[in-house]
Design a protein around this ligand. Structure first.
Ligand SMILES: C[S@@+](CC[C@H](N)C(=O)[O-])C[C@H]1O[C@@H](n2cnc3c(N)ncnc32)[C@H](O)[C@@H]1O
Length: 379
C-alpha cells in the first residue's frame, strides 16, 4: 500500500520517469492498445495516451485509481482510458494489448505478487508479438561496510537502558530494509546474483551462491543488493550505489554482527528469495574465510527469524489444525449472511449490535464493522 504522497514521489522521480517515458516512446505507436498494470495515479496511462495510444487499460486495485480517473478527465483522455479497479490477475481485457507496462517492483523485483502478476499479464493480456516493459532486471550483490546504516537498521537497540535486548536484536538483524549507500561502502567488487528475463520467466523464486574477495580491510556489516533494469533495448535505470539516487533505494541485508575483513578474505553468500503466500521469505547465509581458508564467521539468517510470531498464529496456520470460529468470525459470518441484497449496511450493523451486544461498545462501532465488510465483500 502506498500513500498518495508515495505515488507522487514515485511519479516525480526524474530517473524513473525519464526511463519510462523513453521506453513508452519507443514502443507505443499511434493507434495501439496499452495495458498499464499497477496504474497507481495514472502516469503510464497518461503518457501512453499522449503518445497516441487508441485504447489504454489502467489496472489498479488501490483507491489511487480514483486519482488516475480524475487525471484522465482533466487531461482530456477519459475517452481512451478504461479503468479496472482490480488486480490484473483477476481482469479479463476486451482485447489484448500491444504494450504491457508494469512497474510492480519494490526495492527489488521479488516483491509481493509482482513476478506472478507480470507472468500472468505477459501470457494473458499481451498480444502475440507485443512489447513487455520491463524486459530485464539484472540483480547485483556485494558485501558492504556500512556502520551508520548497521546501527540504524540492526543494532539501534544495543545497550539501551542497560538491558540485554537479544530477543529484539535477533529479529532486527534478520530484517532487510531499503537504504542508500555510495560505492565507497563496497568492500568487494559486485557480482550478478540473478538475471530476470521477463519474456521467459517461469517461477517467482530465486536462489544462488556468490563468492567475493575482499579488496580492502574494514568492518563489514552485511549485503547490499540492487538491480539494473532494462525497460526496452537500450533504455533503463539502476538503483546501484554508483548510480544517482532513485526512489527505490537498495536492499541492505545486515549480518548478525559486524565482521572485520582483510584484503583477500573470501566472503560467500547463499542468497534466496521464496514467495510464501503474498510475501517473500529471504535467506542469506554468509561465510567469511581468511586467506589461509580458516572460517572467520558462519552466519545463517532469514527474514523468518525477523518475525515475532505468536504460538496461536502458528497453530492457526498449521494444516492439521481444525479451526472453530472465534467471536470475530461469528460476527463476520453473521454480517456476510445478511448480505443477500435485501438488508442495508445500517440494518446489518443494527443486527450485529443486537446479536453481539458485549462486543460492540455502541451502534456506531457495529455499523462501522458492517461498512468495512460491505466495502471488502459486497458487489
Ligand atoms: C510501484 S507502484 C507504480 C504505480 C504507477 N504505475 C506509477 O508509475 O506511478 C505499483 C502499483 O501496482 C499496484 N499493483 C500491484 N500488483 C498489482 C496487480 N497484480 N495488478 C494491478 N496492480 C497491481 C500497486 O497497488 C501499486 O499501486
Amino acid at each position: 500500500m502506498y500513500s498518495l504522497r508515495g505515488y507522487a514521489a514515485m511519479t516525480a522521480d526524474p530517473i524513473r520517469l525519464d526511463a519510462h517515458t523513453r521506453a513508452l516512446a519507443a514502443t507505443v505507436r499511434p493507434g495501439c492498445v496499452v495495458a498499464d498494470i499497477g496504474a497507481g495515479t495514472g502516469i503510464m496511462s497518461l503518457l501512453a495516451c499522449r503518445l497516441g495510444a487508441r485504447r489504454v487499460f489502467a489496472i489498479e486495485p488501490d483507491d489511487a485509481i480514483e486519482v488516475a480517473r480524475e487525471m484522465a478527465r482533466v487531461s482530456g483522455y477519459s475517452d481512451r482510458i478504461e479503468f479496472f479497479p482490480s488486480l490484473s490477475t483477476r481482469v479479463d481485457l476486451p482485447e489484448r494489448a500491444d504494450v504491457v507496462v508494469a512497474d510492480l517492483r519494490g526495492v527489488l523485483p521479488w516483491h509481493g505478487q509482482h513476478l506472478p502478476a507480470i507472468m500472468d499479464a505477459r501470457d494473458r493480456l499481451l498480444a502475440p508479438g507485443g512489447r513487455l516493459i520491463p524486459t530485464t532486471d539484472v540483480v547485483w550483490a556485494a558485501p558492504v561496510s556500512a556502520p551508520a546504516e548497521y546501527v540504524k537498521q540492526a543494532a539501534l537497540i544495543d545497550g539501551v537502558a542497560g538491558f540485554d535486548w537479544a530477543p529484539l536484536r535477533s529479529r532486527t538483524v534478520n530484517t532487510w530494509t531499503s537504504c542508500r549507500l555510495g560505492p565507497e561502502a563496497l568492500i568487494a567488487s559486485p557480482r550478478v546474483w540473478q538475471t530476470i528475463h521477463y519474456a521467459q520467466l517461469t517461477h517467482p523464486n530465486a536462489a544462488g551462491t556468490l563468492e567475493f574477495q575482499a579488496t580492502r580491510a574494514g568492518a563489514a556489516h552485511g549485503w547490499l543488493v540492487w538491480f539494473d533494469a532494462t525497460l526496452v533495448d537500450g533504455i533503463g535505470f539502476s538503483n546501484a550505489p554508483s548510480a544517482p539516487a532513485t526512489i527505490y533505494g537498495s536492499a541492505f541485508l545486515p549480518w548478525m554482527q559486524p565482521i572485520e575483513v582483510e584484503p583477500g578474505d573470501t566472503i560467500r553468500v547463499q542468497l534466496e528469495a521464496w514467495l510464501v503466500g503474498n510475501d517473500y521469505v529471504w535467506r542469506w547465509d554468509t561465510e567469511v574465510r581468511d586467506g589461509a581458508g580458516t572460517t572467520k564467521a558462519l552466519l545463517q539468517q532469514s527474514s523468518l527469524q525477523g518475525l515475532s510470531l505468536s504460538a496461536a498464529r502458528l497453530r492457526h496456520r498449521s494444516l492439521d489444525h481444525q479451526p472453530a470460529l472465534s467471536e470475530e468470525g461469528e460476527i463476520d459470518r453473521t454480517a456476510l449472511s445478511l448480505m443477500q441484497g435485501a438488508a442495508t449496511v445500517a440494518e446489518i450493523g443494527d443486527e450485529l449490535l443486537r446479536r453481539f451486544p458485549r462486543y460492540f461498545p455502541d451502534l456506531r462501532a457495529a455499523r462501522n464493522r458492517a461498512c468495512d465488510l460491505s466495502h471488502k465483500y459486497a458487489r
